[in-house]
Every structure is written in structure tokens, then in C-alpha cells.
Write a protein that binds this ligand. Structure first.
Ligand code: SAM
Length: 247
């Protein structure tokens, strides 16, 4: 993806933040366990979006600070979690002091960052021995209907950016580990249509192409033999969790 296209996609999250909050999946508890090292007290949720992961961190009783560049996403986050300190900012210029955090989490967003700049900034704000945790939810496309749903989206989006991304963190980090957590998220068929509409590549389409894509998704989720007549559908995910320790 070119830098311009990547910037447009990243900026697309400003629109439709309420849809994002309503239909995107959260993260399984086992993944949250992995993101929080024992004894962690001060945690930054970077690229916090509408607060899907932030909420799970707050529930663990740690002090959470959130950084998010998109105004619309931040508004949702503040409304959901008024107790959280929220800053406008980016991964490449984190508006927090040096060595002030025990853990930094990044959910569904590391692929949007300028990786060397973000890794250097995360290393700067972490205390020595602090951890960086990066997660992505990948739909399990080996399940036939999920494969067909993904194929429709890939037609528009090309290869998925997040799916092929593995963090390269540089010398400031050690003990890089990947753990996969399998789980399911139950939604209605119409939510599957809305979910497709929250993908960055759908958000940047011209209105008529976006409507055509969502109509094709609606046809799929209402006529696929494994989904027809269903009120709820379990979407299978593998959540990829990467953890690393600041030297
Ligand atoms: C797919 S959303 C994930 C939001 C949230 N972490 C979640 O799990 O729902 C990606 C987020 O990354 C943010 N983002 C994009 N580029 C960024 C950057 N360079 N620095 C920080 N955040 C960025 C977007 O504004 C958006 O809120």
C-alpha cells in the first residue's frame, strides 16, 4: 500500500465511529491476560479507538491511559469510559513522559504505524522490563461461510494488511512471543453486513461502490446454506497476541 493510501485508510476511522463501537468484536479474556504482565499498574492503550480493549483493561483494575488520533473514535471512548485519561496523539509521537508505563497495548492497529518510529516511541515510554502487547483478531476463513465472506471483502481490499503483519520491534525489545487464542463472537446476520462496513477499505470506497459491496455481503449472509434462517451466527476468530519485553 502506498503511504498516501495508508494515510487515507488510517484516517477513515474518523467516520462511522459509532458503527465501529457497535459491531466490531472485542478481545477474549485469555488475550487480555497475556497483555498485562504480573504487577502492571500503569498501562497505555495505544490507538485505543472507541475503547474496545481499553474497557477490558479498565475492568482489570489497572490505571489506563489511552492515546488515539481520530476525533470521532476518541469521542466514543470518552463517552464509554469517562474515568480514563485520553490523549490525542499518534504511535509515532506518544504524548507521554519517558519511562512512565508498565505496559503498552496495541489492538488491531500496529499495521497502521510507521513501525521503527512506533517501536522507538513505545520503548521510550515503557519502564525497563515493561511489556508491549500487540493483538489482531483474524476471522477463521477455513470455515466455508467465513471464507466466502472474506473473499468478498478481499476482492475490494486486496490482500489484508493486518493478516500478513508480524511486528519487527528492534533491539530495545526482547522475549518476543506469539500466542494464538481461538474464540467466537455471536452476532446477527445484519451485524455481519455492518461489520463489513466498518473495514477501512469499505470506508474509503465511493458511496455507490460501498453500497454495492454491502448488498453483496447481505446476499451472502442471508442465502449461504450455513447461515440461511439463522438469527445469531458465531463468527470464529483467532486472536494473535504478540508480547515483548523492554530491555
Ligand atoms: C481498527 S482500529 C482499532 C481500535 C481499537 N484499538 C480496537 O481494538 O477496537 C485502528 C485504530 O488505529 C488508529 N490509528 C491509525 N493510525 C494511527 C497512528 N499512526 N497512531 C495511533 N493510532 C493510529 C485509528 O484511528 C483507529 O482508531
Amino acid at each position: 500500500m502506498t503511504d498516501d493510501r495508508q494515510t487515507a485508510h488510517a484516517a477513515s476511522f474518523t467516520h462511522n465511529a459509532d458503527e465501529y463501537a457497535a459491531v466490531r468484536p472485542g478481545y477474549p479474556e485469555e488475550a487480555v491476560d497475556l497483555l498485562l504482565p504480573d504487577g502492571a499498574r500503569d498501562v497505555l492503550d495505544l490507538a485505543a479507538g472507541t475503547g474496545k480493549l481499553t474497557q477490558a483493561l479498565v475492568a482489570r483494575g489497572v490505571r489506563v491511559v489511552a492515546v488515539e488520533p481520530a476525533d470521532g473514535m476518541r469521542e466514543q471512548l470518552v463517552a464509554l469510559l469517562p474515568q480514563v485519561e485520553v490523549h490525542a496523539g499518534t504511535a509515532e509521537a506518544i504524548p507521554l513522559p519517558d519511562a512512565s508505563l508498565d505496559a503498552v497495548t496495541v489492538a488491531q492497529a500496529w499495521h497502521w504505524f510507521d513501525e521503527p518510529a512506533a517501536a522507538a516511541e513505545v520503548a521510550r515510554v515503557l519502564r525497563p522490563g515493561g511489556t508491549l502487547g500487540i493483538v489482531w483478531n483474524d476471522r477463521d476463513e477455513d470455515v466455508p461461510w467465513v471464507g466466502a465472506y472474506g473473499a468478498l471483502l478481499h476482492e475490494v481490499a486486496g490482500p489484508q494488511l493486518a493478516r500478513g503483519t508480524h511486528p519487527t520491534l528492534g533491539d530495545a525489545f526482547t522475549d518476543v512471543l506469539r500466542t494464538d487464542v481461538r474464540w467466537e463472537h455471536a452476532v446477527s446476520p445484519e451485524d455481519l453486513v455492518r461489520l463489513a462496513g466498518t473495514r477501512s477499505y469499505a470506508l474509503v470506497l465511493p458511496a455507490d461502490e460501498r453500497a454495492a459491496l454491502l448488498e453483496r455481503v447481505r446476499t451472502l449472509v442471508t442465502t449461504h446454506p450455513d447461515l440461511v434462517g439463522r438469527e445469531r451466527v458465531a463468527v470464529p476468530y483467532t486472536t494473535r497476541v504478540y508480547t515483548a519485553r523492554r530491555r
